[in-house]
Design a protein around this ligand. Structure first.
Ligand SMILES: Nc1ncnc2c1ncn2[C@@H]1O[C@H](COP(=O)(O)OP(=O)(O)OP(=O)(O)O)[C@@H](O)[C@H]1O
Length: 242
């Protein structure tokens, strides 16, 4: 299916706007797409793959799935990895799987797992000369992170759409930063993404999940809150903070 048949012009414009606002891709980029097998990162892999045909610039893509320690303990792990690979083949993107390091018992939590995954991705990017790592985070992830950081860590910050690291050798990009979760799901339904259930035994029982539920309640009370919170991240009045 062509990108035009799968993306409404509204969504196409929104993704293009984020890419443009943050100069996410340039000619000659080598982009690793971090894929968990969840709906967001599979949609991202599809988007970047199909933009290759459309974009006026040339870039190379490879999807990477980090098999973490907790996944591997799950009895359905092998089948799930095979399904993720099947989805990537269907999307037509080159891919590889990487085995995450073993985590000590006391380190089996979201923080260490995410750190482990980041290190694996950074190492691969350095070894193979990839210039960008693309993540499937979207607008709701950025809002949740803002609230999480305020509530649990006492700071005002979020994940940025583009983050340049190592003196410019690598940049993390989030091309779906302007899309709401429902919009990602809309694209997934149009292109027939078959997301793989998260194998992590800790999934669904996290601070993030609780913040997500809190936000859902807030949005029913105050429908404009989502856009206002998102806009606030680009409208910081430092003179009115402590
Ligand atoms: N095991 C993994 N291997 C590679 N990349 C990953 C992995 N887990 C997460 N990521 C990357 O980090 C992003 C955010 O991770 P998070 O755990 O919040 O996603 P998820 O909700 O499990 O899955 P998704 O975002 O794909 O729906 C993903 O969109 C993906 O780009």
């Amino acid at each position: 299916m062509t990108i035009d048949a799968c993306l409404t012009s509204r969504l196409n414009r929104r993704i293009g706007q984020a890419m443009h606002d943050y100069s996410m891709l340039v000619d000659g980029d080598r982009v690793l797409v971090a894929v968990s097998g969840g709906v967001d990162s599979l949609v991202l892999a599809w988007l970047l793959r199909f933009w290759q045909h459309k974009a006026p610039i040339r870039y190379v893509l490879k999807a990477v799935v980090v098999e973490n320690e907790l996944w591997r303990r799950h009895p359905e792990s092998a089948g799930a990895i095979a399904r993720i690979c099947g989805q990537l083949e269907r999307i037509g993107i080159e891919y590889q799987t990487v085995r995450g390091w073993s985590l000590a018992e006391e380190h089996r939590n979201c923080y260490h797992c995410a750190r482990n995954r980041r290190s694996q991705l950074f190492d691969l990017a350095r070894q193979e000369g990839w210039s960008k790592i693309a993540f499937g985070h979207h607008k709701d992830d950025l809002i949740e992170t803002l609230l999480l950081n305020m509530i649990c860590s006492g700071n005002i910050s979020t994940m940025v759409p583009k983050q340049v690291l190592f003196g410019g050798k690598l940049a993390l990009i989030r091309p779906m930063a302007y899309l709401e979760k429902e919009e990602v799901l809309e694209i997934a339904a149009r292109i027939g993404i078959d997301a793989v259930e998260n194998l992590c035994p800790l999934a669904g029982n996290t601070h993030r999940q609780r913040v997500r539920e809190l936000l859902a309640q807030l949005y029913t009370m105050e429908p404009g809150a989502r856009n206002s919170i998102f806009a606030a991240m680009a409208n910081v009045r430092e003179g009115y903070l402590l």
